[in-house]
Design a protein around this ligand. Sequence first.
Ligand SMILES: Cc1cc2nc3c(=O)[nH]c(=O)nc-3n(C[C@H](O)[C@H](O)[C@H](O)COP(=O)(O)OP(=O)(O)OC[C@H]3O[C@@H](n4cnc5c(N)ncnc54)[C@H](O)[C@@H]3O)c2cc1C
Length: 403
Amino acid sequence: MSATTTDVVIIGAGIVGLATARAIHAARPGTRVVVVDKEPTLARHQTGSNSGVIHSGLYYRPGSLKAALTVAGKIELERFCTEHGVAWERCGKVVVATRPSELDALATLAARAEANGVAAERIPLGRLRELEPHVDGIDALHVPGTGIVDYPAVCRALAAELTDAGHEVRLGTTVLGGDERRDGVTVHTDRGDIGSAVVVNCAGLQADRIAASWPGATTGVRIMPFRGEYHELVPGRRDLVRNLIYPVPDPRFPFLGVHFTRRVDGTVEAGPNAVPAFAREGYRWRDVDLRDAVEIVRARSSHVLARRYWRTGLGEIARSASRQAFVRALQRLVPDVRADDLRRAGAGVRAQAIDAAGNLLDDFAFAETPRALHVVNAPSPAATASLAIGRTIAARVTERLSA
Ligand SMILES: Cc1cc2nc3c(=O)[nH]c(=O)nc-3n(C[C@H](O)[C@H](O)[C@H](O)COP(=O)(O)OP(=O)(O)OC[C@H]3O[C@@H](n4cnc5c(N)ncnc54)[C@H](O)[C@@H]3O)c2cc1C
């Protein structure tokens, strides 16, 4: 057991934690930063199991943090990748309406894109077929600025930059809790205490628990884990999809619906769905964590959520349990896709915050005490927005360091 001291401890070496460390270094050179993560490798959870899309910002409520930080973060991320040799591509995407009942929602998306300053245009079906020859639909939006990237490679580049600048990324170190005093904080880990002026909690799926145990922090939210399962197109059928093909999302639900995504390595994924997970870090149905499961089943907010979204939830569970149901959802976009064209790929678990009344929090959210900042809601598109989220947090951290 060893005790170290530093200026800022960041809990979590996912993309938000690493981007925050980078932004603190840029805002206040000379500040010593230690990033700790319980896993032996970087980006082990959400960042390493996401869709790899650089979102452009059309879905988010104008004026929200999500809208502002995604639009800004996307440009910064593209520049970072170019400068650091990380694979990325601005390939564009189509959002396709397949039923008349989706046309209003498509029009709302087009209006949001305009309000958020995101280039997106309604395209005739002929143009849709030029872009994606295998897609069927009745109307579509083309978003040329959307891209794809290798997020774990972004994290490796961020971590290398940090260690080159003299900061520390300490893997395999679990944060157990902490104490906050007027003159600093002590972060307790399974490998000793770390004394620091400020702590930033970027622990993703565990962020609410760390915040809840932190002296003085009240968040009123908890993380509801939603697993997203992927299939991938077998190599001989990848030509069904050129780039990114999305359905019109259900505006009452924060997830985008199963879609097709070409990844930077040339594979094509279909998914993710959104099923309740009974383990925050459980990537298969059979993964059940007793503490997580009991908490979900007991919480009143989960019951409200289940009552409100039972129909959508059942559909998602059906698409998880039955490959045929999953394929039918995909065939609405690409009728030629068949069950044989798909094989199971991985899964990710989304850290989606839910408030006491059972509302899914839409925007990025933070909780603060004088010396701690907790990122309590950073779901999609927080990977896209990470460098801008990092700058926002760094501004609050440097205020505290300078006080
Ligand atoms: C299925 C899926 C698809 C998505 N698709 C996209 C997409 O295409 N584009 C996009 O922009 N966003 C996407 N997202 C969202 C995006 O991946 C997340 O918003 C982003 O990765 C969040 O990053 P993070 O650093 O906050 O969390 P994480 O990447 O989860 O990192 C949190 C870290 O904290 C560590 N940690 C937790 N507890 C402790 C502890 N006690 N001590 C030490 N370390 C701890 C964990 O090990 C982990 O490494 C998707 C998410 C999912 C799940």
